[in-house]
Design a protein. Structure first.
Length: 191
């Protein structure tokens, strides 16, 4: 699951289920009065939901909760992003799984004309923070090794220059093998 802002002041959340069973997701917005929204994605299916950001002047703060500790938090400002895109950086982050090895990867891209430095922060399992600089049009894949956390992850990607842009990815990489309970389960997930 990923989210992106388009040029029409909308946020699109993209759901993809590559598993053998359907999955249910609850979507909440912390800066709007509507919602929550509920989506069930069938096995091997995709769907998307578009959210008009006009009422919040482009600001967005969406949290998505799914099975087995799955959490995504998307926040930012589409209006600021549009202005930023014309003159500077426009980061995008997509998360994916390396199921064979039980790892997370983050595909980082800069759609803008200037550079951006993204900070990747492990929120729960002790991996050191990373900084990745992307120039205009750059794309980079950062792999997050999860053996020490038994395939659990909780990572935030943020842009320090655009203080509103943040993406948080938390959950477990399911690889078909027996797994452990989340070693960080004693801590609540907060925005």
């Amino acid at each position: 699951m990923n989210a992106r802002v388009d040029g029409a002041n909308r946020l699109r959340i993209e759901f993809a289920n590559r598993g053998e069973q359907g999955a249910h997701f609850n979507v909440y917005a912390t800066n709007r009065g509507d919602g929550p929204w509920r989506y069930t994605v069938g096995a091997h299916r995709t769907l998307h939901a578009d959210f008009d950001l006009s009422a919040t002047h482009g600001a967005y703060a969406f949290s998505v909760y799914g099975p087995n500790g799955f959490v995504r938090i998307f926040s930012g400002n589409a209006s600021a992003a549009a202005a930023h895109r014309r003159n500077h950086a426009q980061p995008e982050v997509k998360a994916g799984y390396d199921v064979a090895n039980g790892n997370l990867y983050l595909k980082l891209r800069n759609h803008g004309t200037g550079h951006v430095t993204l900070t990747l922060t492990d929120n729960a399992y002790g991996a050191p923070a990373r900084q990745v600089t992307l120039h205009a049009g750059d794309e980079r894949v950062e792999q997050w090794l999860l053996a020490s956390s038994h395939q659990w992850y909780d990572v935030t990607v943020s842009d320090g220059a655009n203080g509103t842009f943040s993406r948080r990815f938390a959950g477990h990489v399911e690889n078909g093998r027996p797994s452990y309970s989340d070693p960080a389960a004693v801590k609540p997930v907060t925005a």
